[in-house]
Design a protein around this ligand. Structure first.
Ligand SMILES: Nc1ncnc2c1ncn2[C@@H]1O[C@H](COP(=O)(O)OP(=O)(O)OP(=O)(O)O)[C@@H](O)[C@H]1O
Length: 248
């Protein structure tokens, strides 16, 4: 049985609505029967053991993986950006890496360069704007990736274990920036909060950042609860044991 609590009725249409979504890779059923509605401004954490389907679900939400069954509906006109555990950086300056993202979205190169500098300022990296992005530390590269995402003013931010390969200090820096970006608004302006969906193995981070927690097991949703209920209320056995194991 799925532990589920309804989230407050949204004032706006959902950002995502998944009905019975399944993803199959050959013999592997990576996701099965996933029903999920995400409202604007929610901060959803995806948790669960390795291979439970977190990345696949994020990839489905970003259009990088196609459901083999079921249906995914996306809110109209919302702009999405996705970050990965290891950011993809071109062998070019940090500023160039951010500007290119804007240029690919139709911003003129001159404007893209100016806006990319602002975005780098936002993540505290204006001082290394001219440095080759590939030579930056993992934490700095992830901050450049956040700047690249933020520059686009996304309505939806998807992050796949964004701090998993960082040292504790960089982890904290990136986490603070995630909170900062999640508290900002999308391209539609104030009143249109950013929606964030992220995966993490760090339950402290989940407590600090999420408003809602989804626990996946073997590609299925086993619990979908507001963050307070997830950590304080009764859970299905598998989820309870997972939380206990990850907390030690
Ligand atoms: N491209 C692929 N081809 C074949 N199998 C895949 C592919 N991508 C994922 N899988 C399989 O699908 C299942 C779900 O994988 P997924 O990466 O979504 O899990 P995850 O929860 O993100 O894992 P982790 O915590 O290790 O990142 C796993 O069994 C995985 O091996």
């Amino acid at each position: 049985m799925v532990a589920r609590a309804s989230v407050a009725a949204p004032d706006h249409p959902p950002v995502f609505s998944l009905r019975g979504v399944g993803v199959r890779y050959g013999l592997v059923q990576a996701l099965q029967g996933v029903n999920l509605t995400v409202a604007p401004g929610e901060r959803v954490a995806l948790i669960g053991a390795n291979g439970c389907g977190k990345s696949t679900l994020l990839r489905v939400l970003h259009g990088l993986a196609k459901p083999s069954s079921g249906q995914l509906l996306r809110g109209e006109g919302s702009r999405q950006a996705m970050l990965f555990q290891r950011p993809h950086m071109l062998r070019a300056s940090a500023q160039h890496n951010v500007a290119l993202g804007l240029w690919l979205h139709g911003v003129r190169w001159r404007d893209a360069r100016a806006q990319s500098l602002q975005a780098l300022q936002r993540v505290g990296l204006e001082g290394i704007a001219a440095q080759n992005a590939r030579t930056l530390s993992g934490g700095q590269q992830q901050r450049v990736a956040l700047a690249r995402a933020w520059a686009l003013r996304p309505d939806v931010l998807l992050l796949d274990e964004p701090t998993a390969s960082l040292d504790p200090h960089a982890k904290r820096e990136v986490e603070l920036l995630m909170a900062d970006l999640a508290a900002s608004h999308g391209q539609a302006g104030p009143g249109h909060p950013v929606t964030m969906v992220f995966s993490s193995h760090n339950l402290g981070q989940v407590k600090r950042l999420a408003s809602r927690v989804i626990y996946l097991e073997h590609g299925a949703v086993l619990a979908d609860l507001p963050v307070h209920d997830f950590f304080n209320g009764p859970l299905p056995d598998a989820a309870r044991l997972f939380v206990k194991g990850e907390m030690v």
